[in-house]
Design a protein around this ligand. Structure first.
Ligand code: ATP
Ligand code: ATP
Ligand code: MG
Ligand code: MG
Ligand code: MG
Ligand code: MG
Length: 258
């Protein structure tokens, strides 16, 4: 490409390269989803269709960026963990965050009708995106604990709130008042004592969120002669499990070890 006299303006671009050898976590979050969920009549507190759509969009992202080792999603947010030595886009923050969030958003729209066949999309949704560097394995794990604990706290609160509103016939204001100052224990007792709801029986996808990892699977390959051979294929799979305790990390040591 011929150079023009205007080429010099490139010199005004500043570097936004992320540090080497650090975990990179990109977190995206739906913009104004309190309004978006009302507009599209999401079921409260948890619309499973919306969570499945988030997971599908996240899976699309992971399939397009192979240095992502884990995804964690809840509510209108998703976190993506890039391996410490990820080389994507020379670790340029802007490239990574914008390409990831635009792929996520377009996939969310692309798959919308599959998950909401009877609900037309009324406005184009948007997600924000940031990238944070975490210098140690422990801090990375604490980051993920933070998000999963957030999921648990919000879900317990929301489950109580909407049970009080829907089954207890309380106004939203009164439900809020009823819950103010209550501890987890009180909320569990309220659900069980007044409504016969055992919080433990709620779906794991609601209580724990969604964890996307890559798994090696054995698949059958059929050659032109009809011979069947086994081959391993890496597939993104979705779990709804605890990622706070050691058990998950002991079962999947390759996530941290690489
Ligand atoms: P911001 O732009 O600051 O992120 P927001 O309105 O999106 O504003 P959040 O804190 O991100 O605020 O909250 C997300 C909102 O979306 C909450 O009200 C949450 O209950 C709702 N929401 C997200 N996912 C679902 C779902 N699957 N089912 C029902 N409601 C959902
Ligand atoms: P990168 O990911 O680095 O941006 P790229 O392939 O998108 O790679 P660009 O320099 O952005 O590279 O070039 C855009 C390409 O898309 C060019 O090949 C251009 O000719 C083509 N293109 C863009 N818009 C049109 C259009 N309206 N009609 C035909 N071709 C187009
Ligand atoms: Mg936010
Ligand atoms: Mg949001
Ligand atoms: Mg959110
Ligand atoms: Mg281009």
């Amino acid at each position: 490409m011929a150079k023009s006299k205007y080429e010099y303006v490139r010199n005004f671009e500043t570097s936004d390269k992320l540090l080497p050898s650090t975990w990179l976590v990109v977190r995206i979050d739906g913009q104004g989803f309190t309004k978006f969920t009302k507009l599209h009549e999401f079921k409260k507190p948890n619309d499973i269709r919306a969570l499945n759509l988030m997971n599908q969009a996240a899976k699309t992202v992971m399939e397009s960026m192979d240095e992502i080792v884990l995804g964690y999603g809840q509510s209108d947010e998703y976190s993506f963990v890039f391996s410490k030595d990820a080389k994507a886009y020379e670790r340029r923050a802007g490239k990574i965050t914008t390409l990831l969030v635009s792929r996520f958003t377009s996939a969310y729209v692309f798959y919308w009708t599959e998950f909401f066949p009877d609900t037309p999309l009324k406005v184009p949704p948007a997600f924000d995106s940031r990238v944070v560097m975490y210098p140690s394995d422990r801090i990375l794990r604490d980051y993920l604990c933070w998000r999963q604990v957030d999921c648990h706290i919000n879900n317990l609160y929301n489950t109580c709130f909407w049970t009080l509103v829907n089954k207890g016939r309380l106004s939203q204001k009164d439900a809020e008042k009823r819950l103010s100052g209550t501890l987890s224990k009180d909320k569990n007792e309220l659900l069980f004592g007044e409504f016969g709801v055992n919080y433990n029986d709620e779906l794991d996808i609601f209580k724990k969120g969604s964890v996307l990892i890559r798994n090696k699977e054995l698949i059958d390959v059929i050659d032109p002669n009809g011979q069947v051979t086994k081959r391993t294929k890496v597939v993104v799979c979705i779990l709804h499990c605890d990622i706070i305790k050691d058990a998950f990390w002991n079962k999947h040591p390759e996530i941290i070890r690489g």
